[in-house]
Design a protein around this ligand. Structure first.
Ligand code: CA
Length: 412
């Protein structure tokens, strides 16, 4: 039947209201309040309300390989002794490189096979005692291996102090996490199939839905992985990994960011960068253009003394400026705190803080370095094989609404 415009508008409003408060189970038709979505209880007969929910992954044991900030030298764990040692280049092979990369959750070596890079040891390096002598005295550097090559690189554009519009080519790993085409959080591409963001971006419990939205620069979410939260420190573990349905293809405006080195201790006062589409003032609105600002690392003790009364743990970082005025704010959540140490690294994830840019209340960030083993564990649990896994989603009752949009034009 034809509808008059008024009742059409009214229907539209009813639909929006229902969409924001209820999930519709398909067979039999039933409305389920959104707070019962992903609560562990089956409310839809077909289980749509509990399908595609975020998956909790514990950190598990440390990965058996890691890369040092000192020339990206590979270290491997001796599981018998618990000791870490470098690897002699004499006996190294592509198979061993592949095994090391897999320990860190990389599916394979980069498609462009570069020769293994030997690095001369500056000081005596402990080699596994069982191995033969290391005649060359060369150890293995892994930076050009794994699909690490090319991370943290961006075109040089002016980066201005104090908050200013930014070009996406300057920050090509930055993405917008969107729900029903509305910006929810920022995030960082850390590999072709993975986006790093904050767990609190998923507090609304809506499932990672499942359908490709239109537009070349939008990526469907396949699954969301969260670290387990302990009641003792509820603000800890504000980290999430979003697995994309299909891999991101790299270009000048789309590149991955490097993870930090396990042994990179940044000193207070180190200049860091924050970027995002978040509010530019405390009770403002989302920014049309990507914003960038330089801040400084604030040590944990003064951060707690200044404002947070011990809520800041050693798995968090604080950053801000003593005079205030530059900070992350609502809408920046999940985005990166960046350190430029040769190549750009995501050292933090925008997490929480009091106010925005208030003097003496720095922003608080999840320390990515504290979660390297968790990131490796998630990537090992769920290796990216996009084409093989594409089938079972998008069926009954998925919400189809969560997507990662790469903001190629740096505008919402
Ligand atoms: Ca439920």
């Amino acid at each position: 039947a034809l509808q008059d415009p008024v009742s059409e508008r009214l229907n539209g409003r009813v639909k929006i209201y229902l969409d924001h408060h209820y999930l519709l189970c398909k067979q039999p038709l039933k409305l389920v309040p959104l707070k019962q979505v992903c609560d562990g209880q089956l409310d839809c007969l077909q289980g749509e309300d509990e399908a595609n929910c975020p998956q909790w992954v514990p950190a598990g044991p440390p990965a058996g390989a890691r890369v040092s900030k000192d020339r990206s030298i590979l270290q491997v764990l001796n599981s018998n002794t618990g000791a870490w040692s470098c690897v002699c280049h004499d006996h190294f092979s592509a198979a061993l490189a592949r095994a090391a990369c897999q320990q860190m959750g990389y599916r394979s070596l980069s498609p462009v096979q570069e020769p293994l890079v030997p690095t001369r040891a500056a000081k005596p390096i402990p080699f596994p005692s069982s191995s033969r002598k290391c005649l060359s005295g060369l150890v293995v550097s892994l930076f050009s291996q794994c699909p690490l090559a090319g991370c943290g690189q961006s075109v040089r554009t002016p980066r201005v102090l104090g908050g200013s519009p930014a070009a996406i080519e300057a920050w090509p790993w930055q993405v917008s996490l969107q729900y029903r085409k509305e910006h929810i959080c920022g995030g960082s591409i850390i590999g072709p199939g993975w986006v790093l963001t904050a767990a609190h971006c998923f507090n609304w419990r809506v499932k990672a839905g499942s359908e490709l939205l239109s537009g070349a620069a939008t990526f469907a979410v396949e699954k969301v992985f969260l670290a387990e939260v302990t009641p003792a420190s509820p603000k800890d573990n504000d980290i999430a990994l979003v697995k994309l349905r299909s891999p991101v293809h790299y270009s000048d405006s789309t590149k991955p960011i490097c993870l930090p080195y396990f042994d990179e201790e940044l000193v207070p006062g180190t200049p860091l960068w924050v970027i995002g589409w978040g509010y530019t003032e405390e009770h403002g609105k989302l920014s049309e253009r990507l914003q960038q600002a330089e801040v400084q690392l604030v040590d944990e003790l003064s951060c707690n003394l200044a404002a947070y009364h011990g809520d800041v743990t050693d798995r968090m970082l604080c950053a801000g400026l003593p005079q205030g005025g530059v900070d992350t704010c609502q809408g920046d959540s999940g985005g990166p705190l960046l350190y430029s140490g040769g190549h750009w690294q995501v050292v933090g994830i925008v997490s929480w803080g009091q106010g925005c840019g208030t003097p003496s209340t720095p922003g608080v960030y999840t320390s990515v370095r504290a979660y390297l083993d968790w990131i490796y564990a998630v990537r090992r649990v769920s290796p990216s094989c996009p084409r093989a896994e594409a089938a079972p989603f998008g069926s009954a009752g998925s919400l189809k609404d969560t997507a990662i949009r790469h903001m190629a034009l740096a505008a919402l």
